[in-house]
Design a protein around this ligand. Structure first.
Ligand code: HEM
Ligand code: 2DC
Length: 469
């Protein structure tokens, strides 16, 4: 017989006391580890209330399948109040990230065609390939300047620039110039603002931003400054394209970028376009760069695997005679490596939905409207889900094992990551270029853990050495 909702194990009776304990455990930074611990204590389903949000947590792929089948026509995630509060405070429109219901769906359908449909790949690839080549040239230059025939560094700032240059070139159809020696200070400020925006969001998941605003708390002020910096820079980029588009009379055949395509399509209001383009630009920096950093870290730790990937890339290059679009179809192990990175080091600690119908999970009844979270980080490291989860093994994503609701790094269904196609292509092209040019090494055998700053980040700098082949 099915057990009632109230019998689901967990600590959910006193939200405020739980928040206090959470804070004592430095929970803001350890959310992912606390979730693993909770699954160990309570089993594959538990209920939790921290501060003001009450949720059911699950870990099994089969339960994830039930969750996503109950997401309804208008899938809804946990509302990040810090983000909606800022928009309300500054009177700015929500983009697809924050919209819900029919407004979300109608915008998303139009954006899908320009951003995530398979046919846009041929437009994106040449742009992203050029950025990849420039990154390689930049690293060669750094190596030369070092005078040691190698370059040892924390690559994160370089990767932020690579990621912003990539997403910028796709959105605006032109280069921002971040692969040059002297970069626009506004672009650097934009990058810093994104990091600050994520960092200041996480405490506000548990303490209402309205309250923090009333008491004039520093996190709220920093958060506002961060978003102001993001919106100002995005506005400058958008205005620039808008102006160009109005002046230009001759229509060339060149792909003009996502923004210009949306403006010419004329199906969304300018304010809606601006809001979503800003979200895409902001969402496109830390996510892919950190995933690439983790991937290089894993390749440095597994030299044999690195050679295997290099060999795959070399034969893909030969077979496709350098046609990048073709090459991307011939690198299953590189793609497996990116999935493996997101399994062990997911950007999102969890996926969540407010379910739109009653469901039964682990033999408990869960009513429609409940917030259900899939612990993505915990699932990736669960030995019941992945054999030898501690091993970085891209080949597990080839054809041998079941992948049923296991590859969820970008979320699932119609509400999945809108930037997925850009992210995957950008990361694959990056790895192709890096593998063809450099060997990645690492000094000592230190394990780097994750820390939660809304997205999961390496808790300390990852120092890598790049050597020309
Ligand atoms: C949403 C992951 C890169 C823009 C999401 C979600 C996840 C995610 C898990 C929530 C999906 C869900 O609830 O089912 C990632 C990962 C990335 C990445 C792992 C890279 C490794 C990007 C990039 C962009 C982007 C490059 C922009 C170009 C967005 C947007 C949403 C989203 C706009 C909200 C979509 C909606 O609500 O309809 N992402 N993301 N992401 N992501 Fe990404
Ligand atoms: C954070 O408990 C942990 O892709 C919370 O590119 C639940 C939660 C809700 C929404 C998630 C967030 C977590 C992690 C970061 C995500 C976000 C939805 C989109 C966002 C996954 C898991 C991200 C990084 C977007 C951000 C775009 C933006 C800043 C313009």
């Amino acid at each position: 017989i099915v057990r009632p909702f109230n019998e689901i194990p967990g600590l959910w009776k006193n939200g405020v006391a739980n928040l206090y304990n959470f804070w004592k455990l430095d929970g803001f930074k350890n959310l992912h580890r606390i979730m693993v611990q909770n699954f160990n204590t309570f089993g594959p389903i538990y209920r939790e209330k921290i501060g003001y949000y009450d949720s059911i947590n699950i870990i099994n792929p089969e339960d994830a399948a039930i969750l996503f089948k109950a997401e309804g026509h208008y899938p809804k995630r946990l509302k990040v109040e810090a983000w909606t509060s800022y928009r309300d405070y500054r009177n700015r429109k929500y983009g697809v990230l924050l919209k819900n219901g029919e407004d979300w769906r109608s915008n998303r359908v139009i954006l899908n065609k320009e951003v995530i449909s398979p046919k846009v790949l041929e437009n994106f690839v040449p742009l992203l390939e050029e950025v990849g080549e420039d990154f390689v040239a930049r690293v060669h230059k750094k190596i030369q300047r070092s005078g040691q025939n190698k370059w040892t560094t924390d690559l994160s700032q370089e990767l932020f620039k690579y990621a912003l240059e990539s997403v910028g070139s796709v959105l605006y159809g032109e280069r921002l110039g971040l692969m040059l020696d002297y970069i626009d200070p506004d672009a650097q400020h934009f990058i810093d603002c994104i990091t600050l925006m994520f960092k200041t969001t996480s405490p506000m998941l548990y303490i209402p931003p309205a309250l923090l605003r009333k008491i004039g708390a520093k996190v709220w002020r920093d958060h506002v400054d961060a978003w102001d910096g993001i919106f100002n820079q995005a506005d400058r980029c958008i205005q620039n394209i808008y102006r160009q588009l109005r002046q230009e009379t001759s229509s060339s055949n060149k792909y003009p970028g996502v923004l210009a395509s949306l403006l010419m399509l004329d199906k969304l209001s300018i304010e809606d376009i601006k809001a979503s383009i800003t979200e895409l630009m902001a969402g496109g920096v830390d996510t892919t760069s950190i995933t690439l950093l983790w991937t290089l870290y894993e390749l440095a730790r597994h030299p044999n695997l690195q050679e295997e990937l290099r060999a795959e890339v070399a034969s893909a290059r030969a077979e496709s005679q350098g046609d990048m679009l073709e090459m991307l179809k011939r690198i299953p192990l590189v793609k497996g490596a990116l999935k493996e990175t997101l399994r062990l080091h997911p950007v999102a600690v969890s996926l969540q939905r407010y379910i739109s119908e009653d469901v039964i999970i682990q033999n408990y009844h869960i009513p429609s409207g409940t917030l259900v979270q899939l612990g993505l980080y915990a699932m990736g490291r669960d030995p019941k889900v992945f054999s030898h989860p501690e091993q970085y093994r891209p080949s597990r994503w080839l054809r041998t094992e079941t992948h049923y609701f296991r590859s969820l790094g970008f979320g699932f269904g119609p509400r999945q990551c809108l930037g997925r196609r850009i992210a995957e292509t950008e990361m694959q092209i990056f790895l192709i270029h890096m593998l063809e040019n450099f060997r990645v090494e690492k000094q000592r055998h230190v394990e780097v853990q994750s820390t939660f700053e809304l997205i999961l980040l390496p808790e300390k700098p990852i120092i890598l050495t790049l050597k020309p082949l």
